[in-house]
Design a protein around this ligand. Sequence first.
Ligand SMILES: [Zn+2]
Length: 96
Amino acid sequence: MDQEQQHTTRTCEQCGGADLRTDQVRSAFWHEDRLVVVEDVPALVCGACHEQYFDDATVMLIDLLRGDGFPPEEARSELRVPVFSLQDRLRRDKAP
Ligand SMILES: [Zn+2]
């Protein structure tokens, strides 16, 4: 019966856009001094500003994962990420 499961009547709280679609996203979280990435997160994504909205069940799953300390043995893979410092840019701007 329901042919409109991809469509929603919600509007984006960020930009007021009505183009919200269900999607699977990747999100990064800080856990103490570790940065972790969670993939395959079901979200409602704004087609205009790309703001992401998670439902309560998804937020709870992420909280449980956080409560478990994002166990390294459950990680699918690892990423190496570049780390920047804004200090370097600030120095460059101040240079004569
Ligand atoms: Zn939006």
